[in-house]
Ligand binder design. Sequence first.
Ligand code: ADP
Ligand code: MG
Length: 564
Amino acid sequence: MAFTTEATEESSTEERSDDLLGPGKAIAATLGSTLGPNGLDKMVIDRSGSVVVTNTGATVLDGLEIDAPIGRVIRDAVQAHARHVGDGTTTTALLVGELLDAADTLAERGLHPTSIVDGYARAASHARDALDELSVPVDPDDERLREVASTAVTGRWDAASARRFADITVDALRSVDFDAARLTIQAYPGGELTDSERVKGILVDLEGSSTTIDGFGTNDRRALTDPTVALVDGELTPPTAEASGTVRVRTPDDLAAVREHERAADERLIRSIADRDVDVLVCQKSIDDAVKTDLARAGVLPVERTRRDEFDAIARAANATAVAAIADLDRDALGTVGAVRRRSVGGGVIELSGLPGESHESLLLRGGTPHVAEETKRIVEDCLAVARHAAHGGGVVPGGGAGMMVVSRAVADRASSVDDRSALALEAFADAVTVIPRTLARNAGADPIDALAALRNRHHDGETAAGVARSGAVGDMFDAGVVEPVAVPARCLETAVRTASLVLRVDETLDAEPAGSGVAGDGHHGHAHGGDDSHTHESGHAHGSGGEHGSGGHDGGYPWALSH
Ligand code: ADP
Ligand code: MG
């Protein structure tokens, strides 16, 4: 982590750098060693004592107890970035640290923060142009998509697993036309990573969606072949006597009569379902307990409280129309699938396969412990995000820091044609982005300065794909299969510049007056206040969604937010 402290040494006398620039550099220093294929894992232990071992920048940041307000602003911005792009958290954090470091030096040389911010903004726009020019389009069938996916996950698994998961992810995505809403990812502890599989169908998690079923054996081989599927978009209860008017119960006989009436209504309901040859009844809300038992007895598999997205997916895949009530259930509304079977993973899963309608795929991920399962899911989600970005977001660029070298050259070129002071900020930016190839080299055990010199030579000779390979040597990244969607480095730079600028514009942090409620401050609601309201709004927003991210990963909500 020497690089992050190098430049700060002389400037540490500046009060500003300790308070405002320090946290960004500290975050960068913490994450530096996790970058790239040789990145090490971090063990994050939170206050409650739970332990997560991860190599994902976003997860490390999640677990860090960051007290400095500026540190939290940076963490939130970087995490918001990760949710959008699916990759590049560490890169972004390192860039923020380096840009702040450079700004520190520039400020010492007398450049006003506003000029630095302006210079960075100009540099970012030149960077974007340079990356666009470098990027190569890929079509959905391109083999490069697998490379994109495996590049995004190297360092987080062994090479064989990275390949395999990249392959199943890209294959699954292709068969749903890159539509994230038609790809379900479920991760379960237990089993081995290698037991993970791609399922050509829909998986309904019986626990996660709080679906409960009766009358369907737990035996894995138990399956229904070519079942008829009915969907009820509501709850299923028999019409009760109370519901049909006021009932006066005066004697035990009256009560018996009411019960009998209800039983008859229930029976009619069951019969009307069974008469329609329904084999599987998927209900979006709950099914009355007695009805559920009777349905199972009549040979109908009841699935209740199906999550909305799963419910809709089943309707489209089975060519079924959801109805509001059983009475509306005519032949046309019924759908069918090739098979429905129960799988005994997690709290139980129902698999619908052989879909006649819209295709749907699922990835059933396994990992020894809940942590491994969750981490696996996060990594697969990153594979998905980058493959989608590459196919739809303007193509790919060589990885291994090659893109940043191209950016560095382009920005430095521009700096030489600028004759005001902002040239200094452009030059500083051009140097700052080389933190990526330098760190990749350092993590591979190579000398960062030598690597940078070699890279500069190659790029000078027009080898725009030259980057730092896994071995630490400089080589052609396209040849090595190290490619990333142009959106990743582009957004990393964009987020980093926006975040660094936000920090640079702040000249002090003030604690808001505690609300007169008498509630003691816990040190966690101090917010950074810049002079400009939009900044606090921005950070507040990012923070809010950061919280969602933390809990949204495993419970409630669609398991990923990449389609937004
Ligand atoms: P981030 O959180 O920024 O995605 P990673 O640890 O995933 O951090 O590292 C990403 C960097 O590693 C990118 O610059 C990418 O190009 C590079 N990289 C990934 N795989 C390789 C590889 N096999 N050889 C060289 N560089 C690689
Ligand atoms: Mg990555």
